[in-house]
Design a protein around this ligand. Structure first.
Ligand SMILES: [Zn+2]
Ligand SMILES: [Zn+2]
Length: 53
């Protein structure tokens, strides 16, 4: 007899807040990185980031 296994829903962690200017989560930014990326996003610049990751 097979036991009906319950499918455990995959627990997806809440999506980390992504940066608007780069592909890194905001949590990976230091204060300077946040300022840099915020300025980049505000100016519509794609100048990369300084997250160093
Ligand atoms: Zn960024
Ligand atoms: Zn970045």
């Amino acid at each position: 007899m097979t036991t009906s296994g319950r499918h455990t829903a995959e627990i997806t962690p809440p999506a980390a807040t992504a940066c608007a200017a780069c592909a890194h989560p905001l949590a990976d930014h230091d204060a300077l990185g946040v300022r840099f990326c915020t300025a980049s996003a505000a100016s519509g610049l794609s100048r990369g980031c300084i997250c160093g990751k």
